[in-house]
Design a protein around this ligand. Sequence first.
Ligand code: TYC
Length: 104
Amino acid sequence: MKPAPATVTRPRARTLPKVARPPLHKVILLNDDYTPRDFVVRVLKAEFRLSEDQAHRVMITAHTKGSCVVAVFIKEIAETKANRATEAGRQQGFPLQFTTEPEE
Ligand code: TYC
C-alpha cells in the first residue's frame, strides 16, 4: 500500500466583508451678490443643522471663494436638501443657490 499523500494545506481565502457603501454627493453653496449674509447663515443652520460658527464659516468661504462644500450625503438626500435650501431663498426673492455633485 502506498502512503497517503501528505495533506497540502493552503491558507483559507480571506473573506472580506462586501458591504457596498452608497456613493456620496456634495452639496455646494454658490455665492451671489444679493442674498444677505445672515439669511445664508440661517438657511445653513436650518437645513443642514450647522452651528452658528460652522454656518458663518461656510457662508464666508462661499462669499470669498465663490463656492463652498456644505456637507456630503447619499444622492437623494443631497438633492433634497439642496432643493429645499434653494427654495427657501427663492421664497424670499433671493437667488441663493445650492447644487450637488458626486464626490470623486
Ligand atoms: N455675497 C453675499 C453678499 O455680499 C452673501 C452671500 C454669501 C451670498 C454666500 C451667497 O453663498 C453665499 N450679501
